[in-house]
Design a protein around this ligand. Structure first.
Ligand SMILES: [Zn+2]
Length: 146
């Protein structure tokens, strides 16, 4: 297995990519620059290249990496951050912790409980939530009467 991390530069900006099949990846990039039917035609990288009269440079940053797909993506993300590449659509790799943190950030329900976003729909059907909402309503009514 021979992994490659490469850089595409165009108009003073950069894109970091990784692949185990450099030739194929390069021809994919070419296809995406010119082919309007490509799903990726409007990606930042290809737009920028077209703005720049289709002038771009591809350089290999590291090669002969014996990394599996996942490890290669982790390395790609490290290099992307290191070089401050701005033309990538998204992170190459999000760690389990990063993904978990995103889901786990609790949000406040209208009943006052803090609930993970992913659990919110279930939570709203619980007796706990319903009872809290009822007592909130009763409190509000009681306050109005005072
Ligand atoms: Zn609630």
């Amino acid at each position: 297995m021979s992994g490659v991390i490469y850089i595409i530069t165009t108009g003073g900006e950069g894109y970091i990519g990784s692949t185990n099949d450099f030739k194929k990846r390069i021809s994919d990039h070419k296809y995406n620059i010119y082919n309007k039917n490509s799903k990726q035609y409007n990606y930042k990288l290809y737009k920028k290249i077209r703005e720049n009269n289709c002038q771009y440079e591809i350089n290999i940053y590291e090669d002969n990496l014996s990394l599996n797909k996942k490890e290669l993506r982790i390395r790609e993300e490290e290099v992307r951050l290191l070089l401050g590449a701005t033309l990538n659509e998204r992170r190459a790799y999000m760690s389990y912790e990063q993904r978990y943190q995103r889901k786990a950030v609790p949000t406040k329900c209208e009943c006052g409980c803090f609930i993970r976003r992913s659990d919110m729909a279930c939570h709203r059907k619980t007796t706990k939530h319903i009872n809290l909402m009822i007592s909130l309503e009763q409190n509000a009514k009681a306050e109005l009467q005072h």
